[in-house]
Design a protein around this ligand. Structure first.
Ligand code: HEC
Ligand code: HEC
Ligand code: HEC
Ligand code: HEC
Ligand code: HEC
Ligand code: HEC
Ligand code: HEC
Ligand code: HEC
Length: 487
């Protein structure tokens, strides 16, 4: 069972204690908070809040934050960029794009300008929009880049054009609903306290408008509304992101004892999703005489919560376990036989190149894959894909293997070759530099002359016996080989 994710977010963010004995508000509203992003608003985040999600193995699992930033060194600068100190002419990220020093009169020394306060670099508009929704991705309506259980407006998915009827779902305020209010999204997705997590779920109006998306330009209201159509057609604009095929594939594994380990459309308890039970169909369509299976249903959208490793060293064939919901599910074949639909893993690098991996073990809530050892260092979006349905993305960082291969000394000049040195910042506490000692353990003064990813040169007061290289990718100490000048 996967129900830790939301509880962790909420308990930490909203400082609330998980007290629930019962899971579901049954019948809803509000719905459970087991998949997707909690139905809330996050516009007034402070730095500790950012770390709640971005440092938790079970929520975003993004590699450690320093690694995730440092993998950007020498890659193309984004435009616009959150980097505070970009120099004119820069085309790639440098250490100095993010780290600069300023004079501190209190200590009479240079110190690094704030580099731990997320909001020093990443913009949010208090009360209006979070960092996530001010990104290019969100502004260009690529909502699917971060959100799993939806469609993107321009991906060509099916939206009905036939005349609306009694069974057409409404967002809210349906004039002729079922006897309990069925036939509209708000029948289940209305504000209230979720029994499982204790979270105060907001209205759909609040969750969508509080993103700050589509609010600064009245044309953008049309992302989600067409104020000119009759009210029985308002759902059609919502279908730009909530198409029939994605709505008909949202389902959480319920506690139905007949199939505890997998999702069976039509075979689950009511109100754990959209296609688990006849009452779910009725909840949206407000009409009981439905066919047993919803059209285009089949591959339930997988939801990814966590990876067992957040970063992996380049060159290792790491075995990773992912947990979540709906990695496999069952559909009924034509003769009533059970067909199991299964998922694979898709990794996408920062240039958009995809790598498909087959899991060695897979169940509804977990899968295991072995990463190919030849993946290049960088940040990858890790997703679970089942047929054409993609989960949300979780970041996986492949970090360079840092190691010295050879340290040569000729006269007082040392040349170090190796891998993963990245860049050098000539400052105290920059995390980069050389520590050289002679045979009796006394420090030898060395001044770096040049520093690239694979080669460092320095001038020392004497040939050292060992040299330790400190780089953002690690530390490595080796003996020096001295070359005597030829006569
Ligand atoms: C509720 C959980 C949550 C909170 C709180 C949160 N994030 Fe995120 N963040 C995510 C998820 C999920 C993603 C998308 C997956 C990923 O890239 O790891 C993301 C992605 C990002 C990205 C990448 C955007 C891009 O263009 O791909 C940035 C930058 C970011 N977050 C910064 C922040 C900052 C700064 C804060 C605090 C103000 C913060 N986040 C708070 C969950 C959260
Ligand atoms: C894209 C921006 C960015 C770039 C480029 C960058 N850094 Fe950082 N660096 C950060 C952030 C952000 C943190 C702090 C993360 C945190 O507090 O979790 C950090 C942390 C550090 C730390 C502290 C280590 C730690 O574990 O917290 C050192 C040392 C450091 N950077 C050195 C460097 C060096 C050297 C370079 C160039 C090779 C570099 N950085 C390039 C953003 C960047
Ligand atoms: C010193 C400036 C700086 C600070 C402080 C900083 N970031 Fe960033 N961050 C950047 C830059 C620059 C990028 C690259 C995107 C860009 O250029 O806009 C980035 C990218 C990211 C990404 C996406 C990385 C990727 O490409 O996958 C995440 C996630 C993120 N930051 C989260 C955070 C969080 C959380 C904090 C606070 C703990 C934080 N950042 C602090 C400058 C910073
Ligand atoms: C860079 C990743 C990212 C992109 C792109 C993105 N979102 Fe989000 N979204 C998040 C994160 C993380 C949260 C939770 C924290 C927050 O609100 O910032 C969230 C929260 C939400 C919520 C409230 C939570 C809920 O379940 O109701 C809505 C609604 C939403 N986003 C809509 C959108 C829409 C619409 C788009 C595209 C136009 C979009 N988002 C694009 C990351 C993203
Ligand atoms: C019969 C009750 C019911 C109705 C009616 C209903 N839903 Fe849901 N929906 C659920 C349940 C239950 C979940 C799973 C929530 C969880 O556990 O996180 C869900 C999840 C979702 C999710 C994905 C995850 C999330 O919570 O963000 C989306 C998107 C969604 N519903 C959209 C809609 C839309 C749009 C409508 C109206 C057209 C609608 N739903 C009507 C019960 C319902
Ligand atoms: C990202 C999607 C999104 C965007 C963009 C958006 N809205 Fe909404 N809006 C919603 C949702 C969802 C509701 C709730 C609908 C419901 O429950 O009937 C809503 C409700 C409303 C309502 C309440 C009446 C009603 O239909 O329930 C008004 C008025 C409204 N929006 C106006 C606007 C205006 C004006 C803009 C542009 C400035 C805008 N919205 C942009 C998603 C959006
Ligand atoms: C531009 C894309 C977009 C449009 C258009 C859109 N939504 Fe959403 N909707 C989202 C995203 C993104 C989420 C968050 C999914 C998640 O939890 O990750 C969401 C979530 C939902 C949910 C699940 C509860 C929640 O808050 O997470 C409901 C219900 C919903 N939308 C109703 C509507 C209605 C009604 C409309 C039309 C008035 C509408 N949406 C239009 C993108 C959109
Ligand atoms: C979350 C809301 C929701 C739930 C739950 C739901 N549907 Fe639908 N369904 C829709 C929407 C929205 C449409 C498109 C309506 C429109 O635009 O006229 C649709 C369309 C359909 C259609 C017409 C398909 C077409 O080709 O246009 C059928 C048949 C259908 N649903 C059956 C079902 C059955 C059976 C179930 C239960 C197993 C179900 N639905 C559950 C929202 C839902």
């Amino acid at each position: 069972m996967v129900h830790t994710k939301k509880q962790l977010i909420l308990s930490a963010l909203l400082v609330f204690a998980v007290s629930a004995t019962s899971w579901a508000n049954n019948p809803p509203p509000p719905v459970n908070q087991l998949i997707g992003i909690p139905d809330s608003s996050f516009n007034n985040l402070s730095e500790p809040d950012c770390r709640v999600c971005h440092e938790d193995q079970d929520i975003v699992n993004p590699g450690t934050l320093p690694d995730r930033h440092h993998l950007l060194v020498n890659t193309t600068l984004a435009d616009p960029t959150a980097a505070p100190f970009v120099q004119t002419g820069d085309t790639v990220y440098q250490c100095l794009s993010c780290h600069q020093q300023e004079w501190d009169s209190a200590t009479s020394s240079y110190v690094f300008v704030s580099f731990r306060d997320c909001l020093f670099c990443h913009e949010q508009i208090a009360g209006e929009a979070s960092v996530h929704h001010l990104t290019n991705l969100a502004q260009s309506q690529n909502c699917k880049a971060c959100h799993g259980p939806i469609d993107n407006p321009d991906d060509g998915h099916y939206i009905p054009t036939y005349a609306p009827s009694l069974v057409t779902p409404w967002p809210s305020r349906k004039p002729n609903p079922g006897e309990n209010g069925e036939g509209q999204c708000v029948f289940c997705h209305e504000s209230g306290v979720d029994a499982g997590s204790g979270l105060l779920v907001l209205t759909n109006n609040q969750t969508h408008h509080s993103t700050g998306l589509g609010l600064n330009d009245s044309n953008q209201c049309f992302w989600c509304h067409d104020f000119d159509v009759p009210p029985d057609e308002t759902i059609r604009k919502c279908e730009a992101c909530h198409g029939v095929a994605s709505l008909h594939n949202i389902q959480v594994n319920s506690d139905n004892p007949d199939n505890p380990d997998t999702i069976v459309p039509g075979g689950e308890n009511p109100y754990w999703g959209h296609i688990g039970h006849n009452d779910d169909c009725y909840g949206c369509h407000g009409f009981t005489a439905m066919s047993a299976a919803a059209p285009y249903s089949g591959p339930v959208v997988p939801d990814l919560s966590a990876l067992s490793f957040s970063n992996v060293t380049e060159g290792t064939a790491a075995v990773i376990t992912a947990t979540g919901n709906g990695f496999v599910n069952v559909v009924a074949g034509l003769e009533g036989q059970e067909i199991e639909l299964t998922s694979m893993v898709v990794l996408t690098n920062s240039e958009g190149r995809e790598f498909e991996l087959l899991p060695s073990v897979i169940t509804a809530n977990s899968l295991t894959v072995t990463l190919p050892a030849d993946l290049k260092a960088g940040n990858y979006a890790f997703r679970v894909a089942k047929a054409d349905k993609m989960s949300n993305a979780v970041n996986l960082s492949i970090v360079p293997a840092m190691a010295n291969q050879n340290i040569l000394c000729r006269k007082n000049s040392i040349t170090i070759t190796g891998t993963g040195y990245s860049q050098y910042v000539d400052a105290l506490n920059s995390g980069t530099g050389l520590v050289a000692v002679d045979l009796s353990g006394n420090e030898v003064d060395c001044t770096v002359r040049s520093w690239t990813d694979t080669k460092i040169t320095a001038t020392c007061s004497a040939c050292p016996s060992t040299v330790t290289v400190n780089s953002i990718w690690g530390q490595d100490m080796d003996r020096t080989r001295s070359i005597r000048p030829r006569r």
